[in-house]
Design a protein around this ligand. Structure first.
Ligand code: FAD
Ligand code: SF4
Ligand code: SF4
Length: 492
């Protein structure tokens, strides 16, 4: 990881000129060094909320683009859930035509500035990249996500963001429930056909987990707000602080309010807990609650916030995914002196993105691998005082292919903490399925859909985390898009 220090020096421009001074062959392209992402200094950023990764310069982007071999079979495309034409957009970056590169991405991905930042690229588009395979590691693949972010940011900085053209109204009306990536994508694609679209959102802000889960230092809220603004300009209406299933039953939207179709994109916002003694003590939070308070209610604006954040000094975060990394790094920024992540397996098995783990380590988060709590211990005021922690060793692989953690008997130790954040996963939001018995769900509460995202109810579609369980932004967008195509077809 490099840290930008001197803005005047541009070694990437020099390097680019050097490589371009001779004809590039596939062999020499493999020798171009992968471009690191410039980042804020860890010692500085651990105390601020600003974005950690600063983005490529134009020269860095063009140099990174030169690494792409323009493979005929383009295995990277198959790795992208929405099939972005990766060699085509990278080819335009090589030519310096960044706006055309953005246009190519947007044919299939409406939110490139967001996906370029948060997609798990190392498991998606970058995983099958020929360059990574030839150089022996996915970390050496062409940095597709960083390039995608670069062109999207460039387009925005130029004020060149295209607003899709909306034809004359068809008079048909579509209700979208939930303003996360699934709902927003579905709304855009339905609106593009001229249908009237209203988005009903339980919170007072648009964006779903992209605003209340993923922190500002990883995904600036202004980017999500700008995407919502594009929808508003296209004529999409928003009904905020509107909880479908409580403010209005789901089927009323079809039967009384005159909507012709409904899309449900309500996400997986119900936190799971460890189910251990002491979890109801003051100072135990779900990562959802902790991050939502910090993100949406601006609890980090100390002294000004309506919901003051819990004053933590020693924080334990339980879990090994992206949510755990976000909660740990947020706790640090909110003033904790020590933050420890407790995870039952080792770093190799962590589901969090490698980059997020690396960033967390650079910032001073401590990782206690092969450890998991058995009890939360309280003081005489009912607040968290410590965790009783059991050590594990790795056994045989389980059904997920990861080696199973096996507890070591008698290894319990007591570690003092004043705050515990539980980040072990989420389940589907149950409100709509509970209040709509006709809607079929599986045993986890995920809404059952067919291959076109249609639910068990006519004219009702669903997609994103409410169908998939906790997934990713791009998968949620892909489902929103598929549902929109089906809705557009029935409204013809
Ligand atoms: P959501 O984003 O959950 O949006 C659902 C919306 O529906 C919410 O706004 C909610 O308020 C609203 N809603 C719920 N019920 C109702 C109702 N009854 N009426 C009206 N509105 C309702 N993914 C990545 O790809 N990369 C990452 O780095 C990443 N990091 C993450 C970090 C955190 C902390 C979390 C929690 C998740 C992360 N994810 C990440 C996962 C990703 O954010 C989700 O998969 C994605 O947001 C799912 O989109 P969605 O539209 O299905 O649901
Ligand atoms: Fe890669 Fe995500 Fe972009 Fe697809 S949308 S190319 S997976 S960064
Ligand atoms: Fe370029 Fe890698 Fe895709 Fe080949 S697989 S076209 S090298 S990004």
């Amino acid at each position: 990881m490099t840290h930008r220090t001197d803005m005047n020096m541009d070694p990437a421009s020099l390097e680019l000129a050097k490589w371009r001074s001779t004809p590039l062959t596939p062999r020499t392209r493999l020798q171009i060094p992968a471009q690191d992402m410039p980042c804020q200094d860890p010692a500085v950023r651990r105390a601020n909320m600003q974005e950690v990764a600063l983005g490529y310069t134009p020269a860095q982007a063009m140099l990174e683009a030169e690494r792409c071999l323009q493979c005929k079979n383009a295995p990277c495309i198959a790795g992208c859930p929405v099939r972005v034409d990766i060699p085509a957009f990278i080819g335009k970056i090589k030519e310096g035509d960044f706006l055309e590169a953005a246009r190519i991405i947007k044919r299939t991905n409406l939110l490139p500035s967001i996906c370029g930042r948060v997609c798990p690229q190392e498991k998606q588009c970058q995983e099958p990249c020929t360059v990574g395979k030839a150089l022996g590691g996915v970390e050496k693949a062409v940095q597709i996500g960083r390039l995608e972010r670069f062109v999207a940011d460039y387009e925005r900085a130029q004020g060149a963001v295209d607003i899709p053209r909306v034809p004359a109204s068809t008079g048909k009306r579509v209700a979208i429930v939930g303003a996360g990536p699934a709902g927003l994508t579905c709304a855009a694609d339905v609106r593009r056909e001229g249908h009237e679209v209203t988005i009903f959102e339980a919170f007072h802000k648009v964006g779903g987990v992209m605003v209340y889960g993923i922190p500002e230092f990883r995904l600036p809220k202004a980017l999500v707000a700008a995407e919502a603004q594009v929808l508003e300009t296209m004529g999409v209406s928003f009904e905020l602080s509107f909880l479908v299933g409580r403010t209005r039953p789901l089927l009323s939207l079809l039967q009384k309010d005159g909507f012709d179709a409904v899309f449900i994109g309500t996400g997986a916002g119900l936190p799971k807990f460890m189910d251990i003694p002491g979890e109801n003590l003051v100072g135990v939070f779900s990562a959802n609650e902790y991050l939502t308070r910090a993100n949406l209610m601006k609890a980090y604006e100390r002294g000004k916030a309506g919901t003051p954040i819990y004053p933590s000094r020693r924080v334990a975060v339980l879990g090994g995914g992206n949510v755990a990394m976000d909660a740990a790094r947020m706790a640090l920024r909110l003033g904790a002196e020590e933050v420890r992540v407790l995870y039952r397996r080792t770093r190799d098995e962590m589901p969090a993105r490698a980059e997020e783990v690396e960033h967390a380590m650079e910032e001073g988060i401590i990782f206690d691998f092969l450890k998991s709590p058995t009890r939360v211990l309280g003081d005489d005021t009912g607040r968290v005082a410590a965790l009783e922690v059991l050590s594990y060793e790795l056994g045989e692989p389980d059904e997920s292919g990861r080696r199973r953690p096996v507890p070591i008997r008698g290894s319990e130790t007591i570690i003092p903490f004043d705050t515990v954040i539980v980040a072990i996963g989420n389940e589907s939001n149950p409100l709509i399925s509970r209040t709509t018995p006709e809607l079929k769900v599986d045993r986890h509460g995920h809404i059952l859909v067919d291959e076109r995202q249609k639910t068990s109810i006519e004219r009702v579609y669903a997609g994103g985390d409410i169908v998939l369980g906790s997934a990713t932004v791009i998968l949620a967008m892909g489902e929103g898009r598929r549902a929109a195509a089906a809705i557009n077809e029935i409204l013809q």
